[in-house]
Structures are given as structure tokens and as C-alpha cells.
Design a binder for this molecule. Structure first.
Ligand SMILES: [Zn+2]
Ligand SMILES: [Zn+2]
Length: 266
């Protein structure tokens, strides 16, 4: 079975990823408007009818801004843990109960022809999860919004062929930038976000032959640039003597523009 990936939008202002095969697809997070999702999918010749559900990582606005309208207009189910649902649903939320699906943590479930497993990450929300999606022996791991990479998260990353990993801030830009001290501390904490250096060192320690696509994701608008994220990773690899083989590539996910469809083939 095919395993295709596309980032529709990635960054602190809105996140949404598409994973699909020849028949169906799923969306991970709905942090952009429902109309943008529809337009981006249409541009790639992907019909909304093929989308089987939306998986949600946590309750921050940049991940759920478009959720209500997206699932209401398209009669889609949405999947996340009970605790995350409790943090999303308020008396004002217009999400009907028949769209709500609860998923377990670290236990496989099946959707749209994929095996999917949610794993816990540390972040400053009531609960936050990442996703590991597999089809045959091809695997995608999505780990954004996490302050550090725990021993629970690391094995999901080590297994990935395509990895979406946060590279949120450039350490110097954050330190010298205009955010209040408390916000800087929160972002840098174990429950905040991963910085360029942190992610690069982890990737240098973890990279293996199976990892064909490293997608640096969730870049901060104010405290990072795509050039800095890429340079930090390249320099870290260079310092460690790590050379990518011809099939391995690094992508920096854009905040406003979808990537091309990346096709993982068996
Ligand atoms: Zn976020
Ligand atoms: Zn978040």
C-alpha cells in the first residue's frame, strides 16, 4: 500500500498534515481554516470525500482553529484522547457527539487502511500526543509541540521513514528577542518546544538508514527562520561527520504553503 504525506501548513500560526494512500486519507490537526484545507487538497487533486477523519494532537489554537467547521461541513469524525477532548470541548464548542472518537495512547488503532498509534509528549497543554502512522513497512512519525524527547518518544522517531519533527526556535533569536522572560522560559522548558540545536543534536544521535525524509516543522514566526533551522542541522551533521545518503533529504515545512506530496514506496 502507498503511504503519501503532505504538509498543508506547519508553524506556530497553524498546523495541518495530510497522510494518504491510493484510496483514503487522514488529516493530522486542523489549525488552518476549513476552506484552506479544502483548497489545498483540491490543488493536489485530493477529494475531501476520501478523508476518513481528523486526528488531533492537543488543544492549542494553532492545532484546532479550523476543527469545528472542518468536521461539521464535511461530516468527519475527529480522533483524540479523552483528556484532550475534555480540554477541547467547552459549552461554546459546536462539535456534535457523533463526530467524537476517543483513542487510546500507545495502542494501535486502524483508520483509512493505516495502523496508527498515539504516543504522549511533554508540552504545556492538559495532554499532548504525537502520531505514528504505518502502512506495510513504511512509517511516518509526527512529533511537534514537545519540550524534550523522552524515552517513550524516541523509539517512534527511530522507526520512522518520514519524520515530522519540531524545530521551533533558534536559541539565540529567542534569547535576544522581545518576548517576556516568563514566555521565553516556558518555550525553552521541558514542557515547551524543541529548539533548532536540541532537534539537531537529537537527530545526529538518532539518524539511521531507514529515515529518508526529515521534515523540520512548527517553526516559530518570531524566533526562527527556515535558513537558521536548516543551517543548524547541517552544521551539526557536519560536526559529527554524518553524511546523508543519496536517498535522504531534509525539508523545512512552510507555514503558508503546502509541500509537494511525498510518496514513500515499498
Ligand atoms: Zn503548536
Ligand atoms: Zn502547542
Amino acid at each position: 500500500m502507498k503511504l503519501n504525506f503532505c504538509s498543508l501548513s506547519s508553524g506556530s500560526s497553524g498546523n495541518c498534515y495530510y497522510i494518504g494512500n491510493e484510496f483514503h486519507g487522514i488529516l493530522i490537526d486542523a489549525g488552518i481554516s476549513a476552506s484552506s484545507v479544502r483548497k489545498f487538497l483540491k490543488d493536489m487533486d485530493i477529494s475531501m470525500q476520501t478523508i476518513m477523519g481528523v486526528l488531533i494532537t492537543h488543544n492549542h489554537t494553532d492545532h484546532i482553529k479550523g476543527l469545528e467547521v472542518l468536521i461539521r461541513k464535511n461530516s468527519l469524525p475527529a480522533f483524540t484522547t479523552r483528556k484532550i477532548w475534555e480540554s477541547i470541548l467547552t459549552p461554546k464548542t459546536k462539535i456534535y457527539s457523533d463526530c467524537i472518537r476517543e483513542i487510546p495512547i500507545q495502542e494501535k488503532f486502524h483508520l483509512a487502511g493505516f495502523d496508527i498509534e498515539a504516543f504522549p509528549v511533554s508540552h504545556d497543554a492538559p495532554e499532548t500526543i504525537g502520531f505514528h502512522v504505518s502502512a506495510g513497512d513504511k512509517k511516518i512519525t509526527i512529533a511537534t509541540d514537545l519540550g524534550h524527547i523522552s524515552s517513550i518518544v524516541a523509539p517512534y522517531i527511530a522507526e520512522a521513514n518520514l519524520l515530522v519533527i519540531e524545530s521551533n526556535y533558534d536559541e539565540e533569536m529567542l534569547l535576544n528577542g522581545g518576548y517576556p522572560h516568563s514566555l521565553k522560559a516556558r518555550i525553552r522548558s521541558n514542557n515547551g518546544h524543541l529548539g533548532n540545536h536540541q532537534t539537531s543534536v537529537f537527530l545526529a544521535d538518532t539518524i539511521n538508514e531507514n529515515l529518508s525524509h526529515i521534515c523540520l516543522a512548527h517553526l516559530s514566526k518570531n524566533n526562527n527562520t527556515p535558513e537558521k533551522a536548516l543551517k543548524t542541522l547541517q552544521n551539526t551533521f557536519l560536526e559529527r561527520g554524518i553524511k546523508l545518503n543519496g536517498k535522504q533529504q531534509i525539508l523545512i515545512l512552510n507555514r503558508n504553503k503546502p509541500t509537494e506530496i511525498i510518496r514513500l514506496v515499498d
